[in-house]
Design a protein around this ligand. Structure first.
Ligand code: NDP
Ligand code: PYC
Length: 341
């Protein structure tokens, strides 16, 4: 065990997370859906979106920015679209409420989309596309955040860190899943580097004068950079459009203005698209899914790894020994619970 890590069972982690969220005043639906996701992230060693995010929930609630008891409203009236109005609650309960309709529509029509609106969003997207892929569908998910990221060639933030996630179902293996920010790194990674007093890698951010920086605090005050230069910049713009104006919700810049300096979680929309290979492929499904497997094998046979391979390995490891949590974070979470109780 590393000196500053402790291992706690998933059950204990979930109880701690749920207790904090309930003590904060969240409804049990919100508390359950958030606790589930942050514990999954901790167990897969995705620390930037794991238990640490509970501290952000506390801040967002204390700033009066989220409706902790909002009941999402699901509208299934359009043929291939599910609209879920989160009513300024957190996104994860809205996702749970709309998911059966999304899966049902995609399975009937071959393709369907779910627009989640007016949600506070702070979570990783892979749990969502992985769950959809586990049900046999191909999935894409995207969401803006706050405008922290400069476009390629610029120095002023326009985009959010705008994650893009993809899931592909596999018969005899975990789904193929990737999920990454379209910025060079998630903002949460920079914040965690700052907490640990560590410099960030070059290429992640510039300071307020437009100069490259490896200082986390200066990076957070300046502008983050897109991954892959103009390519990440264009993908980030696409996410602003598809999970913003297309679904009548806020862009990252609008979310930032709506926040009004509170430093709360971003508030905007999320778009999730599901496709059913059974309907695209009919009787040829077996053959074509095998061709997909050939492509995966061509990657792994040469020693390269699939995205999510690290995560699935961490999950298997931690199922036995418990979830690794930084000792300092665990103490902070327990103190937070005590202060709320
Ligand atoms: P990373 O840059 O760490 O990239 C993550 C993805 O790339 C994972 O699918 C990862 O798989 C895969 N990957 C990493 N290294 C390799 C490799 N060598 N070979 C193959 N695949 C690899 O993530 P980010 O920092 O960009 O994002 C982290 C999280 O932040 C995401 O889950 C995202 O959803 C979340 N986020 C959420 C936001 C929000 O607004 N809600 C905003 C921005 C980010 P593996 O996990 O197995 O390593
Ligand atoms: O890490 O960039 C991030 C992020 C933004 C919103 C939630 N996570």
């Amino acid at each position: 065990m590393s000196s500053d890590l402790e291992y706690i069972s998933a059950v204990d982690a979930r109880r701690l997370a749920t207790d904090i969220l309930l003590a904060l005043g969240l409804s049990s639906g919100h508390a359950d859906s958030i606790a589930r996701t942050v514990v999954l992230a901790q167990g897969d060693e995705c620390y930037s979106h794991g238990l640490w995010r509970l501290l952000g929930c506390v801040h967002t609630v204390r700033m009066g920015k989220v409706d902790s008891r909002a009941v999402p409203a699901v509208d299934s009236s359009a043929p291939g679209v599910v609209k879920v109005d989160a009513r300024y609650g957190y996104s994860l309960l809205a996702f749970r409420e709309g998911l059966p309709e999304l899966i049902g529509k995609a399975s009937r029509l071959g393709i369907a989309a779910m627009a989640i609106n007016r949600c506070y969003h702070f979570s990783a997207l892979w749990p969502e596309v992985e769950e959809i892929a586990e049900s046999g569908l191909v999935a894409l998910a995207m969401t803006p955040s706050h405008s922290w990221v400069a476009p390629a060639g610029g120095i002023r933030p326009v985009f959010g860190t705008n994650p893009l996630a993809f899931g592909w179902p596999r018969e005899a293996a975990h789904p193929f899943v990737f999920d990454f920010a379209t910025s060079a790194a998630a903002r949460g990674e920079i914040e965690l580097h700052g907490r640990a007093g560590k410099p960030i890698p070059k290429g992640w951010a510039i300071d307020s004068d437009g100069e490259e920086t490896t200082d986390a605090a200066r990076a957070l005050q300046g502008a983050m950079l897109t991954f892959g230069g103009h390519k990440g910049s264009a993908l980030s713009a696409m996410i602003e459009l598809m999970a913003g104006p297309l679904i009548a919700d806020m862009t990252s810049a609008e979310s930032m203005a709506f926040d009004g300096g509170a430093g709360a979680a971003p508030c905007h929309g999320e778009l999730i698209i599901a496709l059913d290979p059974k309907i695209f492929l009919g009787g040829g499904m077996g053959e074509h899914m095998r061709r997909a497997e050939n492509m995966f094998a061509a990657i792994t046979d040469q020693g390269a790894r699939l995205p999510s391979q690290r995560r699935y390995a961490a999950r298997a490891r931690n199922r036995e020994r418990g979830l690794p949590v930084q000792t300092a974070l665990l103490a902070e979470l327990r103190e937070t619970l005590a202060s709320l109780s």
